[in-house]
Design a protein around this ligand. Structure first.
Ligand code: SF4
Length: 702
């Protein structure tokens, strides 16, 4: 029998997880002696009220009893509660000591793409102005940096989507490369389903069959890590079959001649041998994409998390430029970001080489512009630092001895995870800001409790490049503070109050608007008031009357001469990829499952989500499994050159027999990133998460 609902409370909020940033309402009902919750989607321009299972259960981590509520200091190996005053004093003393002993750059800052734009902006300013260190980077480096650098190089700017999502249903041919949107961003799927209903031809490039490949008219099941070569095959057919758009290329692009020359030297037979995709399939995909009047290409981590990820994405962008499918309706590019603020967090200065508004830290004029907004001498701005994983290497080498870590879990998310864990243990002082005692926070000297999505206020920029406002819907529990408050209070403790006098997220946003003004990611025309009224605005938005930019590159690209830059991407990558051999005979690739997010710190603490996938697993073709005497659902040891893990096997008829797949949301003995190498993409410094050589063997259950 239904018990009577005594009171009802409604929280208006936005999902904390993926880049769709679905708007929703959490309804809390008090029923006799307990509370029950229900989440419903709220109408919005991006997802029209849709939600996936992660969003519906997000409240479970926010209300989890394990939430940190007070600053915790490690004393004799145990965490003990201290006051904020004591925490700030400790930070001041340790940061000052480290910089006096080891130099200004001995302190590093490691940020996140799950925090708000205001917090990402403030963290960049904090590193450069309060700490005066050049070492700041963030976990987004491990996520979408390949697509970001490819778009910046080809187009002169990087906004996740060149168009709004609303154009997808009307495009005629879609390439989804290395993306499993059905599990990772489920609420985007209806755009593609509608396109298919409208007659679009959908090509999916993926070594595995997934929930997304079910949508495909053509599935190119390539060998992991061979996307760049496959794009050469597609380009070759398009150019040689005369589907290139000569007028567009002539007027709006550089580099086509060189690309064409290179393609003439490449044989389709060679591409077939590299990728494992037949010439027939390459031709079919290329002709379909070339022939159609409109087309779009979307990439995600499958293409990007490679040591040649930026080159592979550039080659897919070559395809768009060569066919002139840019700057007009229902044509364009989309990098489907994974993290909630994957787009906004990469625009305003928490990257090693970047200042707000996508300005460059190495450009004299950019430095002066931002220094003026901040009220400092440009010469006092530190220079370019290093990428996320390279910060770990510098810690290991002893050059960095103190780390301020905000909402990230590098012990699980970085490649070569054992190495990273051991490096972090060498720090003189590690401060971790988190909701929970994550695997990395366990190593910290001091943990500071931060707010959840229900308590936060601030802007997020979704997968389209649409800036949205997430309002705080309930007060912080215990002594929890917002990330921005924590940054402000530490800066003040360090004597930098003058530069950090903020008392709200909106005040920070207003400074961000000024610092981004005239830059590539120009937010100047966006205000909280407008966001409340209009629901979301796509940048660039240079003034208060500007409506935001739905479609980019209609008349010119963002390079100074207005032209796109095509580039030759050789089949053979600059950084050699790990090859299988007799000792490590299988390819390992990694990815996500629908019910978990990133390293699982939040979703593993949501009972409804954890129950869907309680542990990690290894997908393996039954024929391959037979070769190694691995039974279905049995424990299996996976070894690479870096380490080993043990997970349960899961037979799949649809995976390539030379490849196994393991998701990356689990820690410790199930952490697949233990197996991954630390080689980096030479351009964007992305590690090669999606390809390692491994061996597998059965573990006898005891
Ligand atoms: Fe929406 Fe993504 Fe949250 Fe699912 S995880 S509800 S798709 S924002």
């Amino acid at each position: 029998k239904q018990k009577e609902v005594q009171t009802e409370k409604v929280y208006n909020t936005q999902c904390p997880y993926c880049s769709m940033q679905c708007k929703m309402q959490l309804i809390e009902q008090s029923v006799v002696s307990r509370k029950q919750y229900k989440t419903v989607g709220k109408e919005n321009p991006t997802t029209q009220g849709r939600l996936c299972v992660k969003g519906m259960n997000a409240y479970q981590h926010a209300f989890n009893k394990e939430r940190l509520k007070y600053p915790m200091l490690k004393v004799n190996g145990e965490f003990v509660r201290i006051s904020w005053e004591q925490a700030l004093e400790r930070i001041k003393a340790q940061f000052t000591r480290i910089q006096e002993e080891d130099g200004l750059n001995a302190l590093a800052v490691y940020g996140s793409a799950s925090i708000t734009n205001e917090e990402a902006y403030l963290l960049g300013k904090f590193a450069r102005v309060a700490l005066k260190t050049k070492y700041i980077d963030y976990n987004g480096r491990l996520c979408m940096s390949a697509a970001a650098s490819a778009a910046s190089q080809t187009f002169g700017m990087d906004r996740g989507f060149t168009n709004s999502l609303a154009e997808i249903p009307n495009t005629r041919c879609i390439i989804l490369a290395g993306t499993n949107i059905a599990e990772c961003q489920p609420t985007i799927m209806p755009y593609f389903e509608k396109a298919k209903e409208n007659g679009a031809f959908i090509i999916v490039i993926d070594p595995r069959e997934t929930a997304t490949t079910k949508l495909a008219d053509l599935h190119l099941k390539l060998r992991p890590g061979t996307d760049a070569a496959l794009a050469n095959g597609l380009l070759k057919v398009i150019v040689e079959e005369n589907y290139s758009n000569e007028a567009f290329i002539q007027e709006r692009a550089h580099g086509f001649h060189e690309v064409k020359e290179y393609l003439a030297s490449v044989e389709l037979r060679e591409i077939e041998a590299i990728t494992g995709v037949s010439i027939n399939e390459i031709q079919k995909a290329a002709i379909k994409f070339g022939k159609e009047e409109t087309g779009m290409i979307f990439t995600a981590r499958g293409v990007e998390q490679q040591t040649d990820g930026s080159a592979a994405v550039r080659n897919l962008l070559n395809l768009l430029v060569a066919t002139g499918k840019l700057g007009k309706p229902n044509c364009g590019f989309g990098a489907i970001t994974g993290q909630g603020n994957g787009q906004g967090a990469r625009e305003h200065g928490q990257k090693a080489d970047q200042l707000p508004g996508y300005r460059s830290i190495e450009n004299k004029e950019h430095r002066k512009f931002v220094a003026d907004v901040w009220g400092i001498d440009p010469d006092d701005l530190p220079g370019k630092g290093v990428s996320a994983y390279e910060i770990m290497e510098k810690i290991d080498e002893g050059e960095i001895t103190g780390l301020f870590l905000m909402c990230s879990n590098p012990v699980v998310s970085n490649p070569n995870a054992h190495f990273v864990k051991n490096a972090l243990k060498k720090l003189k002082f590690l401060v971790a800001v988190d909701l929970f005692v994550s695997e990395t926070a366990k190593l910290a000297d001091l943990i500071l409790p931060t707010s959840s999505y229900l308590e936060d206020e601030g802007t997020m920029t979704n997968v389209e490049g649409r800036v949205t406002l997430r309002e705080a819907s309930c007060p912080c529990p215990g002594e929890v503070k917002h990330d921005w408050q924590i940054i402000v209070e530490i800066a003040r403790a360090l004597g930098k109050e003058k530069y950090f006098s903020f008392s709200s997220a909106e005040e920070i946003f207003n400074e961000l608007r000024l610092a981004s003004r005239g830059g590539i990611a120009d937010y100047y025309g966006i205000t909280y008031e407008r966001l409340r009224k209009e629901g979301g605005i796509l940048w660039p938005c240079p003034d208060l009357e500007h409506k935001g930019t739905l479609r980019l590159f209609e008349t010119s690209f963002a390079h100074p001469d207005g032209k796109a830059k095509m580039v030759v991407v050789p089949n053979k990558p600059v950084v050699p990829k790990e090859e299988v051999n007799s000792e490590f005979p299988l390819y390992l690739t990694t990815g996500r499952v629908m019910s978990h997010y990133l390293t699982g710190v939040q979703t593993r603490r949501s009972p409804a989500l954890a129950a869907r996938n309680i542990e990690s697993y290894m997908e393996i073709h039954p024929a391959t499994a037979m070769d190694y005497q691995i039974a279905d659902h049995s424990l299996v040891k996976i070894d690479s050159r870096r380490g080993s893990i043990t997970v349960r096997s899961k037979y799949s008829e649809t995976i390539r027999p030379d490849t196994v797949f393991v998701p990356f949301h689990w820690a410790d003995s199930q952490n697949v990133n233990v197996l991954i190498g630390g080689e980096l993409d030479p351009v964007c410094r992305m590690p090669g998460f999606k390809l390692s050589a491994v061996k597998v063997s059965p573990v006898n259950d005891v």
